[in-house]
Design a protein around this ligand. Structure first.
Ligand code: SF4
Length: 491
């Protein structure tokens, strides 16, 4: 049975995943918008990396005719091409497409492009299988991984040679060659048999999240040992394979304070409240209270001066609810024009929107504080105003992380997406599931792609979805704050 490079890599992660992919693909989880974005990001980095070796010819992808792709590749080689993108080969029943193949005198060098910022262990077998296939047909020189250089700082003009880093992995690729025949043989044997009995394990998320988890994990109850707060992954599987799966099963185990509370609260279906601690927490606030949340984007290919690949989170949006002492709630917001560097404008708007006095509440304050620090460093005009905000922060994560309030439905997660529905289970206005954008990473992806959307009404729709999403984040904080304040008031 023929394998592609990605199928071989899938089989290395888990034989069952390869078997299901070949024989039972209908149980595979469909690709999520988030995964699609990751693929698209990889594709863009791949295209950009071609610029390192200009003048090449690309073998157009034709999923219906791989034979044609192979023939075109061979023809280009015979005609004396020096650089080929997506060069396609098949040998020993394995089909591969090499990102970039470069003639180097009488040998060819292989360049595999990755959107990551370093060479990862899983990249080596990926390059090794390409080498294995191509070496039957061409003399090979070196194998490389081309990845993003996270130290590169954009100065207004993209310098591809600086943005991309090239690492020689020829030795590692050669070391892997002797095992390839056996790997392929064992995959081929496995595929001729019935579905393999492979239990769930750390391989389900390592190195990639498997797209058959919905199928293989269907009998794992919720909650289970896998929800235990900050427990080492291997320990979770140890307990699972010892039959300690539900919370009732793990009762006598050596659990941390948070894990124990998690289990006790779930088994008793009781909310745990430390009223005195909550009172001390809410009493710290000074009115008017500013509930603030930023959205940021980070990309492999930097767009704005000073931005580094994946390292500089550029804030493009915020939502701010202001709670006044008389109970009045005001909403202010900002969403940058996707065609411009948002930083100067967001600094100016924020300096005007945050009340000059009063607390600033964020959920997990480190992110908001670091964004404000960076905005201050980049804005001479508002530097002092922004720096002064740093001392006014209160972290709304604290009452949950420090176990002042624990709800059994938190399931060991203290993110706002877990806390909110547990505290307000029947409030449709506070349900992220009713929104087009339901998570921060989605917001970031939607914004990053806005300037590629030509249809103005489609772009406007996405902008409105971004505003709705961020607004719910800060409204959620207000509601949580008020609920904690109500609890604190009970004597
Ligand atoms: S979910 Fe886990 S066990 Fe199932 S196919 Fe994927 S990696 Fe294998």
């Amino acid at each position: 049975m023929q394998l592609s490079k990605s199928q071989y890599v899938r089989g290395l992660q888990c034989h069952k995943s390869l078997w299901l992919y070949k024989h039972k693909r209908e149980v595979m989880t469909p690709t999520s918008p988030r995964q699609e974005f990751i693929f698209e990001n990889g594709h863009r980095v791949g295209k950009l990396a071609q610029g390192l070796f200009p003048g090449g010819t690309e073998i157009e992808h034709d999923g219906q005719n791989f034979g044609g792709m192979i023939t075109r590749t061979r023809r280009l080689i015979d005609q004396g091409a020096n650089v080929i993108y997506e060069a396609t080969f098949k040998s020993r029943n394995v089909l591969i497409m090499a990102d970039i193949l470069v003639r180097n005198r009488d040998v060819w060098d292989l360049y595999e492009v990755k959107a990551s910022t370093s060479v990862k262990p899983q990249h080596k077998p990926d390059a090794a299988i390409q080498w294995y296939v191509i070496q039957d047909q061409l003399p090979l020189g070196k194998a490389h991984i081309v990845h993003v250089n996270s130290d590169y700082e954009f100065n207004g003009e993209l310098d591809i040679a600086q943005l991309m880093a090239i690492e020689d992995i020829t030795d590692e690729v050669l070391e892997l060659q002797p095992g390839l025949d056996q790997n392929l043989q064992s995959m081929s044997n496995m595929l001729r048999q019935n579905e393999p009995h492979i239990p769930i394990g750390p391989q389900c998320d390592d190195p990639y999240e498997c797209d058959f988890k919905a199928y293989c994990w269907q009998d794992v109850p919720s909650p289970s040992v896998f929800n235990l707060y900050r427990m080492d992954k291997n320990r979770k599987f140890e307990l699972y394979h010892a039959g300690k799966i539900s919370y009732a099963d793990v009762c006598g185990e050596n659990l941390s304070k948070t894990q124990q509370l998690q289990v006790d609260s779930a088994l008793a279906r009781e909310v745990y409240i430390d009223r005195e601690a909550i009172r001390a927490f809410v009493d710290c606030a000074v009115y008017p209270i500013n509930f603030l949340d930023f959205e940021t984007f980070n990309s492999a290919i930097p767009k704005f001066p000073g931005q580094k690949p994946y390292r500089t989170a550029i804030p493009f949006q915020y939502s701010l609810h202001v709670l006044h002492p008389d109970g009045e709630i005001e909403h202010r917001e900002f969403l940058a024009d996707e065609r411009r560097d948002p930083r100067a404008e967001i600094a100016q708007k924020l300096a005007a929107d945050i009340t000059p006095e009063g607390s600033i509440v964020a959920f997990s304050q480190a992110t908001e504080k670091s964004i404000i620090r960076r905005l201050a460093a980049e804005s001479a005009e508002h530097e002092q105003t922004l720096i002064a905000m740093g001392d006014r922060f209160i972290d709304l994560l604290k009452p949950f992380q420090q176990l002042m309030y624990y709800h059994p439905d938190f399931n060991g997660s203290f993110s706002i997406k877990s806390v909110l529905p547990a505290m307000f289970p029947d409030d449709a206005a506070l349900d992220y599931k009713g929104l087009d954008i339901q998570a921060g990473d989605m917001a970031s992806m939607v914004y990053a792609d806005l300037d590629r959307i030509n249809d103005a009404s489609e772009r406007q729709k996405k902008r409105e979805a971004l505003l709705e999403y961020c607004k719910l984040d800060t409204l959620a904080m207000v509601m949580i704050w008020q609920k904690l304040s109500d609890i604190a008031e009970i004597s």
